[in-house]
Design a protein around this ligand. Structure first.
Ligand code: SF4
Length: 166
């Protein structure tokens, strides 16, 4: 709704006497109008249209992460299939943690290819479990590394369980 108001504001800016209200509203059942102020969100929407969107459109390689928030997305089925073998196979992995994980594994391995679940398995095989380096600890924590098994239970997750969101 804020995007809609933002775009309408842009369209009518040169029409004298016409302005867009900063109050939005949603009708809740049965007939209750719930109003709210959209002003705090306008700067975020402005940042998205002026900075984020141009960056996304002009980037040749975009990183994406299939996650719980994808649940209602129209492309969820396609992305879930494409996510097989990637870090997104780890259930309930947030975008932020996936980003950390990918960065750490990417730095550890050489090459330009994105870090995937196989790289993660190799990383876990390679690390010294007593290593207390901040990155190693972060990876162990994110993947719930099992010291006895010397692996992560997430590495055994079947594709259909990835992110368990559909
Ligand atoms: S399902 Fe795919 S397109 Fe939709 S939000 Fe998730 S990653 Fe993006």
């Amino acid at each position: 709704m804020t995007s809609y108001a933002y775009l309408l504001k842009f369209i009518v800016q040169e029409i004298p006497g016409l302005s867009i209200s900063c109050t939005g509203g949603i009708y809740l059942p049965p007939f209750h109008l719930q109003e709210f102020c959209i002003t705090p969100l306008l700067s975020k929407i402005d940042g998205f249209f002026r900075t984020e969107l141009p960056r996304i459109i002009t980037t040749s390689k975009l990183s994406w992460h299939y996650n719980l928030r994808c649940k209602t997305c129209y492309f969820a089925n396609t992305c879930r299939k494409e996510a097989e073998g990637t870090i997104a196979m780890i259930p309930y992995l947030s975008y932020e943690k996936a980003k950390d994980l990918k960065t750490i594994i990417q730095d550890w391995k050489s090459g330009d290819e994105d870090a995937d679940i196989e790289d993660l398995a190799k990383y876990l095989n390679d690390i010294d479990i007593n290593d207390q380096h901040v990155n190693t600890n972060k990876v162990k924590q994110i993947v719930r590394y099992d010291k006895k098994l010397k692996t992560s239970p997430y590495l055994k997750v079947k594709p259909e369980r990835a992110q368990v969101c559909i």
